[in-house]
Design a protein around this ligand. Structure first.
Ligand SMILES: Cc1ncc(COP(=O)(O)O)c(C=O)c1O
Length: 393
């Protein structure tokens, strides 16, 4: 019998300094063929003064918030010999309370689900509703993690295209949904990287079509990813309003952005109890640590303070968009805490020029465009100066 030739292993960029490696025995790992050439996802993590590349909140928690979190973590630490609460209904109740305050949504704690970042919430959705023989659908350009959730759950991945202005044409979307019959439709609002929010005239027909467009005449689960919802402009609606009539709708949110808690890794979802119960089936036991639960609950008690910067970030975003337009650049209207602007013949040169001046932004989206997160006024001033210099160079 022929022995198959082992492929040359490709090193995976760990991003870390490597220590002297032990000699490795000559064995070949049974890597899934579709993963063989894949690299770990992630924007460059570089040590530069102005970080405007991953849409974080630029304001660190205040001493009062740090103090509450430290106390909560210490209390949780005293019980770490036990596994955490698997259902974490207290945290789910706190989040339901927050959504009532933020969007006027009336939700029972059982309609809320939490995981380690909305990334993990989304993975739970694909684990529960995707899978072999099933399809997930979105509209490009969109969040670049979605195809990875699909890949990791053996779900086929299909994208339709957004229009020139990055909105979704409802008629084309509905006919694509009817053709593809996806188990899951992923619709970020505001969309990353464009900042475009979904309008009711886009979402309503999609939700109606999705009632029976899934596998075997079941519904397609429509996920409205509202990671940036708190930054939306006045008058832009949250899809939370539509939950009562749509048991196949899931609205995901996160503490990573407006709340300024990206490091805590807390994302959540609101949906029908039936939908949430399906996620409870696929989650790992005890997936949400006692420390995470305690930290999230402590942070939520400070929501007024933590969210105080939202208004100023929105103002800063609008001022940035105006300034970029005044520079003769194209700017996509944004409901988020970032702005997509362009178009550049050589966007890499602009990105590199900014980086050389200590400002890190993101090369993402269609060719020629760049995305910048909204930072503090000082950070934005540095961005503006650096961009002016790079464009004159
Ligand atoms: C559209 C969108 N959804 C979800 C996420 C994930 O956020 P997290 O896992 O931090 O909650 C991001 C992060 O950048 C995002 O841009």
């Amino acid at each position: 019998m022929d022995t198959p030739t082992p492929p040359t292993p490709r090193p995976i960029d760990s991003g870390a300094v490597t220590s002297p490696a032990l000699p490795e025995p000559d064995v070949r790992l049974p890597v899934r063929p579709e993963l063989a050439d894949e690299q770990p996802y992630g924007a460059p993590q570089l040590d530069v003064p102005v970080l405007l590349n991953v849409n974080e909140n630029p304001y660190p928690p205040s001493p009062a918030v740090i103090d509450s979190i430290a106390r909560a973590a210490a209390e949780a630490a005293s019980g770490l010999n036990r596994y955490p609460d698997r259902e974490f209904l207290d945290l789910r109740a706190d989040l339901a309370d927050y959504l009532l305050e933020e969007s006027g949504a009336h939700l029972a704690p059982e309609q809320v689900w939490v995981a380690n970042g909305s990334n993990e919430v989304m993975l739970h959705l694909l684990q529960a509703f995707g899978g072999p023989g099933r399809t997930a659908l979105s509209f490009a350009p969109t969040y670049s993690m979605y195809p990875e959730y699909a890949r990791d759950t053996h779900t086929a991945w299909v994208t339709g295209n957004r229009e020139q202005d990055f909105t979704i044409d409802p008629e084309r979307a509905v006919s694509l949904i009817q053709e593809v019959r996806p188990a899951v439709v992923l619709l970020p609002s505001p969309n990353n990287p464009t900042g475009t929010a979904l309008r009711p005239e886009e979402l309503n027909p999609i939700l109606a079509a999705a009632r029976t467009s899934g596998p075997d005449g079941a519904a397609s689960v429509v996920v409205v990813d509202e990671a940036y919802a708190e930054f939306r402009r006045t008058g832009t609606r949250s899809a939370l309003d539509l939950l009562a009539d749509n048991p196949h709708l899931a609205v995901t949110r996160t503490l990573s952005k407006a709340f300024g808690m990206a490091g805590a890794r807390v994302g959540y979802l609101a949906a029908s109890t039936d939908l949430v119960d399906r996620l409870r089936v696929v989650r790992l036991p005890y997936h949400l640590s006692a420390v995470t639960q305690a930290v999230a609950r402590a942070a939520l008690t400070h929501r007024a303070e933590l969210m105080a910067q939202i208004a100023s970030l929105r103002t800063e975003r609008d001022a940035l968009a105006t300034w970029l337009t005044e520079q003769g650049l194209q700017v996509v209207t944004s409901d988020a805490n970032f702005v997509l602007f362009g178009r550049f013949e050589d966007r890499n040169a602009i990105w590199q020029g900014l980086l050389d001046r200590g400002v890190l932004i993101r090369q993402t989206g269609p060719e020629g465009w760049l995305r910048v997160s909204v930072g503090t006024p000082q950070e934005m001033a540095r961005f503006r100066t650096a961009l002016g210099e790079v464009r004159q160079a």
